[in-house]
Ligand binder design. Structure first.
Ligand SMILES: [Ca+2]
Length: 339
C-alpha cells in the first residue's frame, strides 16, 4: 500500500518535473526598460534571496513591437545568465483593432536605443504565450503567480479560451490602470493600450485571486529623485545595473523624478509586506467615448468587490529593497563589475 503511494508520488513528481516548494512566477511583459528592471529584480531575488522560481517569460506588444519585445526578453535572460527560462511569444496587437501605437518612451527598440549588440541568444519557444499560460496553470495548479506589466491581452485570451484558468492560479497580479484623481486624470498606458482585454480580465476577476497595482499609487508612494536613481541605484557597479542604466537612458532624459510601475509590481509580489494597505474595489475600464481607457473604481467591502487594490505602499522600505536586490549580479554575490 505505502509502496504504491510512494511510486505514485514519485511518478507525479517526475511527470511534473518539479519538486521545488517555492511559488512559481511568470512575468508577462512588453519590455521596455522598466520591464527590464522588473525581470532583473525577479531573477536576482530568486538566485540570491531564495525567492519564488521564475518559470517563464511571456511577451506582448506595448513599449515597442512584439519582435523587439521578444528580442529584449532574450537580452535580459542572456545578461542574467538565465537562458534556461523559456520565452513564449504573445499578442502582437490588441483584442480589438484599436492598438495605440507606442510613443517609444524607452526608445524605438524599447531598451534605450544604445546600439548594443548582445549575441548568442537562445531562441524563444514555438508554443504561444496563451497556450503556455494555460499549460503552466495546470502544471503548477495553486502555485503559479502571473504578474502582468504590459497589456492584458495574453491573460484575457487565456481566460476566454479556458474559463477555469484563473481558478488554477495562486494569484494574478496586474500592473495597470489608475485610481483617478485630479493629478491622475489621464488613462494609464497598459490599461488603455488594450482596454477590452482589461475589461475581460476584471469582469472575470475575484478579490481572492486578482490584485491590481495601479500606477497612480506608485506615483503617489514610490517617487524618488532622479539623482537617487542615477547616482545611488545607478551607481552600483554591477553588470546588470550597467545595462539597466543603458536601457533607461532615453526615458531618463525625459524625467525629473523616478517613478516606475513595473519594478514596483514585481517587488510587491515578491515582498507583500511592502504594501501598507490593500483595499477592495469594484474596478473596471471605460471602453467608449473621450474617457476610453480610464478606469472606474469604487472601494467596497470584499464581498462586493471584483479585485483587491494595492493602495498604500512603503516608500523607504521599497527603496531599500531595490538596493538590497540590485547590489547582486548574475554571476557572483555583490558588485563584480570590473570594467
Ligand atoms: Ca511594461
Amino acid at each position: 500500500m505505502f509502496k504504491s503511494i510512494f511510486v505514485c508520488v514519485f511518478v507525479f513528481l517526475c511527470v511534473s518535473g518539479d519538486t521545488d516548494p517555492r511559488p512559481k512566477i511568470i512575468i508577462d511583459n512588453d519590455a521596455g526598460g522598466d520591464d527590464a528592471m522588473a525581470v532583473f529584480i525577479a531573477l536576482l531575488y530568486e538566485q540570491h534571496l531564495s525567492g519564488p522560481k521564475i518559470v517563464a517569460l511571456t511577451t506582448g506588444a506595448g513599449n515597442t513591437d512584439e519582435d523587439n519585445v521578444c528580442r529584449n526578453n532574450q537580452w535580459l535572460l542572456k545578461l542574467a545568465g538565465r537562458e534556461d527560462i523559456p520565452i513564449y511569444r504573445g499578442a502582437r496587437k490588441s483584442l480589438v483593432n484599436t492598438f495605440v501605437k507606442s510613443k517609444y518612451y524607452y526608445g524605438v527598440d524599447g531598451m534605450g536605443d544604445s546600439g548594443e549588440k548582445i549575441v548568442d541568444l537562445v531562441a524563444p519557444q514555438n508554443k504561444s504565450a496563451v497556450t503556455a499560460l494555460i499549460e503552466y496553470s495546470k502544471l503548477y495548479e495553486g502555485e503559479l503567480i502571473i504578474v502582468t506589466i504590459g497589456t492584458l491581452t495574453n491573460v484575457a485570451t487565456a481566460m476566454i479560451v479556458d474559463p477555469d484558468f484563473l481558478g488554477r492560479l495562486k494569484q494574478l497580479h496586474i500592473g495597470a490602470g489608475h485610481i483617478h484623481s485630479e493629478i491622475h486624470s489621464g488613462a494609464e498606458f497598459n490599461a488603455r493600450t488594450d482596454a477590452e482585454a482589461y475589461h475581460v480580465v476584471v469582469q472575470n476577476a475575484n478579490p481572492d485571486k486578482v490584485t491590481i497595482f495601479p500606477f497612480s499609487q506608485v506615483k503617489d508612494y514610490l517617487k524618488y529623485t532622479k539623482e537617487w536613481r542615477t547616482d545611488v541605484l545607478g551607481g552600483m557597479k554591477t553588470n546588470i545595473m550597467h545595462y539597466q542604466n543603458k536601457f533607461e537612458k532615453v526615458s531618463m532624459s525625459k524625467e525629473n523624478v523616478w517613478e516606475k510601475l513595473d519594478p514596483a509590481v514585481v517587488a510587491l509580489t515578491l515582498r507583500p509586506d511592502l504594501v501598507e494597505e490593500y483595499r477592495y474595489a469594484k474596478n473596471d475600464i471605460i471602453l467608449c467615448g473621450e474617457e476610453r481607457g480610464m478606469n472606474t473604481n469604487q472601494f467596497v467591502a470584499k464581498e462586493d468587490a471584483n479585485v483587491r487594490v494595492a493602495y498604500a505602499l512603503r516608500h523607504e522600505e521599497y527603496q531599500q529593497f531595490l538596493l538590497d536586490v540590485l547590489k547582486h549580479d548574475a554571476n557572483s554575490a555583490v558588485n563584480n563589475r570590473t570594467v
